[in-house]
Structure formats: C-alpha cells, structure tokens
Design a protein around this ligand. Sequence first.
Ligand code: ADP
Ligand code: MG
Length: 317
Amino acid sequence: MPVLPSSEFDLIEQYFCGGNTRKDVLLGIGDDAALLTVPAGKALAVSVDTLVAGVHFFDDAPPASIGHKALAVNLSDMAAMGAEPAWFTLAITLPENDDAWLRPFCTGMFSLAEQYNITLVGGDTTRGPLCLSIQMSGFCTKPLRRDKAKPGQLIMVSGTLGDAAAAVAAIKKNQQPDDTMRQKLLYPEPQIKLGLALVNYADAAIDISDGLVADLGHILEASQCGATLYRHQLPLSSELLALHSPEQWHYALAGGDDYQLCFTLDPEHAPALKSVASTLGVQLTVIGVIDGEPGLRVLDEDGCELSQTSGGYDHFG
Ligand code: ADP
Ligand code: MG
C-alpha cells in the first residue's frame, strides 16, 4: 500500500491527534490499537460507512462538508439503532498532503464530533484517490432493530424528505440548488437525540440514506410484513414545494441522502412520542401503516395505488 511520504506521521499528529475528553478512552491515537471501556450492561453498537469522491460527494464539495458528512452518516446509523455514539476511527486515503483541504475537512469533522461528545481514537492514513471510511462505536441499552415492525403499527418519519435529492438533481443539471436544500445535502444533521428518545416508544427503525422506499423496504423484509404509504402525507419542505417540480414525490420516495429516521410504533405511543419530539424541535409525521400483506403499496390522495416506485441508490444495481 503506498502511503504518504515521510510526512505520514506528522500529518496524523498535526491533523488527527485532537484532545480526548472521554474517560472511557484508556488509550487513543498512537499505539497499534485503541483501548476502550464499554459501560457494564450495555451492548456495543458498531457501524462503518465509506464516502468515495464522485460517488458520495461531488469532487468540488467543500472539504468542511465532506468532514461533516463522513461523520454525520455514521452518527445517523447510531441514531437508527437508538445508540449513544462514543468513539470513531477514520481510514482516509488522500491524493496529497494538502493543508488547504485537510484543515477545513478537520474543522467540519471535529466540530460535529464535539457537538456529540465523541472522540477519534485511531485510524489509517494512505495515499491514493480521495476516499474515507469512518467506523463508529456507541452504546445500546434497547436497540431499534429492523426486524421488529408489526402489522397495525404506524410508520413515521422525522424532518422532511427529498431535499437532498432535489439539490443533487439541480447540481447535475448545472443549476444552482436552493440554499437550504444544498445545506441539507452538504451538512446533514444526524437524529441522535430522536434515536435515543425512540427506544421508549418505537420498535423498528432505519435511517433514510438510500431513499424511503428502499430503506423502508429493508424493515419490511426483515420484519416479514408489508406496508401502505400515503403519498400526500409525506413531509415535503416549503423549499421543495416551492420548486413545483413534477419530480417532488419521486425525490421524497426514492431520493437518498436525507438521513432522517423512519420507524414504526404502536399507535397508542404516538401522542407521547410527538410531545417528546416537539421538545427536541424535531418534526414527526405519520406516513403510513404496517400491514400483514407482503410488499409496499403507495396510495395517492384518492386512495389509488401508484405503480411501483423505483428503489433507492444501489451501488451494484
Ligand atoms: P500501524 O502501523 O500500527 O497500523 P499507523 O502507522 O497506521 O499504525 O498509525 C499510527 C497511529 O495513528 C495509530 O494509533 C493509528 O490508529 C493512528 N492513525 C493513523 N491514521 C489516522 C487517522 N487518519 N485518524 C486517526 N488516527 C490515525
Ligand atoms: Mg501496528
């Protein structure tokens, strides 16, 4: 594996050896492995997500947004498990040792890390085409699993859907996306607080990274049930509605990159959860119901079934 020239260790020292504020890190960056302590009685939740230049972000995306997003997508997986994030490792492949890129990248990553009190405890640094993987660990008391949805449960989502996809579509057409939607694409906010609150109310959960239809489909498959979605109940932002785009429903149903949570819960839990969510400042919307009949049906405002919407992003599709 080619590594950066003699400056590899200087680079790690200069950019990645941030201050550790967590007592559960016995040994952080600098040895062959980090040493960490998991609180008694909690399960360790572990996930990893990779971002490839030109696939997960545009080549000219602001480096701060790449740092933010690489961490945010992993925090989003913790949120979808109902886990409290604690530590992360970073495997980064860089074309060059470029301070003008690395500095803002680190600012984007570490400011989000600070916000959630999580610590970088190790990683790997190599030279090559820009690519980054973050592995995230957290603690779980009561996990939100994909296989726990049951017929009769409500399907809810946080926030609004389709904004990131609308921004991507505009950029691909060489148009300037709406500022708010562009911000949502570049700096997604992981729903950590909501995920931790959900463990008391919801059963199954997933974060919407590949698109609602595709990601809800994973819950349905794992839980061996089906669902009906009401298209007119999907939460669209005022910015998306203002585009008057014939594609707006497609963005909301099949667009990825929103990193909102989709989850199922017994209807009697909905009022209490909604009041908790409002104290968190999180918008929640009921978008459908879980039923026993396999498959996913999407109904329009007249109750007519829409033809099967295309799935989400599939790297090998
Ligand atoms: P090794 O040769 O044992 O694999 P490395 O030389 O790759 O170790 O890394 C030296 C130390 O720096 C290790 O503790 C490793 O976890 C850490 N490290 C390397 N790259 C990064 C990075 N991008 N972010 C955080 N820590 C890193
Ligand atoms: Mg070693």
